[in-house]
Design a protein around this ligand. Structure first.
Ligand code: UDP
Ligand code: UDP
Ligand code: UDP
Length: 123
């Protein structure tokens, strides 16, 4: 079974892409198997090396959206792409807007080793 840490990698890591095209999200949301039975509303991909993203678990502690204490905000801005489902999209035609951004990311970390398991947002 896929662990939460593995799921984070599949859904949120894309270190080898630096420039995205307009069709990026449509492709990625399919290829990474992020939709099963439904179109996911928002999904963020991170274009930074994995060690830099794992290191966020040891950077600034911030409250999680669900009020749990184990969220961390990256001390530097990261290259990310937000995929937003288009309003008119209907499963299985999940069409996305692709938006390239540079923002601090907030991840939830768990376990030993203490690694990202959930993408909590960007600021
Ligand atoms: N999600 C979605 N469509 C799916 C599967 C997941 O939109 O087919 C979203 C869901 O809204 C949730 C997030 O992806 O916020 C994480 O998925 P979920 O918690 O269902 O995964 P689990 O860990 O339970 O397998
Ligand atoms: N998500 C994301 N980037 C964002 C915000 C949300 O990838 O900037 C994804 C993330 O996988 C999260 C899911 O969308 O698990 C659901 O978002 P959230 O945790 O905010 O929960 P909601 O209250 O929207 O269901
Ligand atoms: N989780 C958490 N806080 C949240 C949402 C999720 O600690 O607000 C943890 C929870 O243990 C879950 C894991 O993060 O098993 C993965 O969350 P999700 O399936 O939503 O994955 P995401 O789509 O955010 O990567």
């Amino acid at each position: 079974k896929e662990t939460q840490a593995e799921k984070f990698l599949r859904q949120h890591m894309d270190p080898d892409t630096s420039t995205v095209t307009a069709s990026y999200c449509n492709k990625m949301m399919k290829h990474q198997n992020i939709m099963v039975g439904d179109c996911k509303l928002v999904n963020t991909f991170i274009h930074e090396p994995l060690p830099d993203v794992q290191a966020v678990c040891f950077q600034g502690n911030v409250p999680c959206k669900n009020t749990k204490p184990n969220c961390h905000k990256s001390s530097s801005k990261m290259r990310i792409t937000d995929c937003h489902l288009k309003k008119e999209a209907k499963y299985p035609k999940c069409e996305y807007e692709t938006q390239q951004l540079r923002k601090s990311i907030i991840v939830t970390c768990e376990g030993n080793p203490y690694v990202p398991v959930h993408f909590n947002g960007s600021v």
